[in-house]
Design a protein around this ligand. Structure first.
Ligand code: GLA
Length: 373
């Protein structure tokens, strides 16, 4: 089958949800901690209409996949499992769901750490809410989306991605307490913008390594006698743990402190310093970076118009995020990607989408060139 969506298809409900990039607070959400993601302009759209047969019919414009499935058997295809998981959440709450034709189109890049799966889940649940007039709010949508992923896609993810996709917008970051799910819209310091670059390294072994980190954190908190690493104050007792628990716990405890500091200060230089420290901690203590990401992040950090940079999302490849002087976005993207290519890297611009990027010519003038220490 090809990926052309059926032109005869008349959707009854259409919903969108964005991807996200996380500015700070990596691997803290499943430790009941703090995160600071922001929504991307790129989004996923789900359109629902009545199915013509006894099975659900799912198609993706981008991948060209078409999959028929019923609710009594988990589909083999990873993409379909997210959708299946969302349907199970709704059915599990006692709502009858008729078989549907489900069409998905997405602008969110897949597999680079920008939460394409959460965007799919949230868009799917929003479309179902619309279709069936479900009495669920945006936080409940995020919870259901997370459960769909944990129970049916096998990733024991935290709730950051789904909360960001369900509640964040591209103009404010979302300061989230992953324990209480309390949120605050957090405005980026004036004059700075978010730049997202792909390292070109496909993420590998994310599920198994991610689930392993979760186990290590659970073990570290058990050894420290706390319910979760969120409850550890200071690093004194953490330093007495044997490896690898010492370094894993040190990352989580210090990362929570970095988020709180950045949010409280609301200053670009402080945010940047926290991002740089976050990357070092993810690389050295949490061990979820790879050489290409370290290289790309280092090139960004060296640029005079960059406040700070780090890998974003789970790690093990994929994208990195930088906070940059707004007037220099194009120049930073150009220079960094060119320097990265000179080291053999295969980077790409992921956001902002609107940025004109011509790797041969630097057309965008950068007026502000000072180092923020
Ligand atoms: C993935 C998970 C999130 C979070 C990040 C790391 O994106 O889905 O819950 O743990 O990794 O910060």
């Amino acid at each position: 089958m090809n990926g052309d969506l059926d032109s005869a298809f008349v959707p009854v409900a259409v919903a969108h949800a964005p991807g996200r990039v996380n500015l700070l607070g990596e691997h803290t959400d499943y430790n009941d901690g703090f995160v600071l993601p922001i929504a991307l302009a790129q989004r996923t759209t789900v359109s629902l209409g009545p199915a013509s047969g006894p099975a659900f019919h799912l198609s993706s414009k981008e991948s060209g996949e078409t999959i028929d499935f019923t609710l009594d058997r988990l589909p083999d295809e990873a993409f379909a499992r997210y959708v299946f998981g969302c349907l199970q959440q709704v059915v599990g709450r006692g709502h009858a769901v008729p078989t549907l034709d489900i069409q998905v189109t997405s602008e969110v890049p897949i597999g680079v750490g920008l939460s394409s799966s959460a965007a799919l889940e949230v868009a799917m649940l929003r479309a179902l809410r619309l279709l069936l007039t479900l009495p669920i709010d945006d936080v409940e949508i995020a919870r259901m989306a997370q459960r769909a992923e944990v129970e049916f896609a096998g990733v024991r993810c935290g709730i950051m991605d789904q909360m960001a996709s369900s509640l964040a917008d591209p103009t404010h970051a979302l300061f989230l307490d992953a324990r209480t799910l309390a949120t605050e819209r957090w405005t980026l310091p004036p004059g700075c913008s978010v730049l997202v670059l792909d390292s070109g390294v496909q993420r590998a072994l994310v599920t198994s390594a991610f689930n392993q980190r979760r186990r290590e954190c659970a073990e570290a908190s058990a050894r420290l006698g706390v319910g979760s690493l969120r409850d550890v104050e200071g690093l004194e007792r953490v330093e007495t743990l044997p490896e690898p628990w010492r370094r894993r716990a040190r990352h989580v405890v210090s990362e929570n402190a970095r988020v709180l500091r950045a949010v409280a200060d609301a200053d670009a230089a402080v945010l940047g310093r926290m991002m740089n420290a976050s990357h070092a901690s993810l690389r050295d203590d949490y061990e979820v970076s790879v050489a290409a990401l370290d290289q790309l992040v280092a090139l960004l950090q060296e640029h005079a118009a960059v406040f700070g940079a780090k890998l974003t999302g789970a790690g093990f490849g994929g994208a990195c995020v930088a906070v940059v002087e707004s007037s220099c976005l194009g120049e930073v993207a150009n220079t960094t990607l060119r320097r990265f290519a000179a080291t053999g890297g295969r980077g790409a611009l992921l956001a902002p989408r609107s940025l004109e990027l011509d790797l041969g010519v630097q057309r965008i003038e950068c007026s502000v060139r000072r180092r923020h220490e």
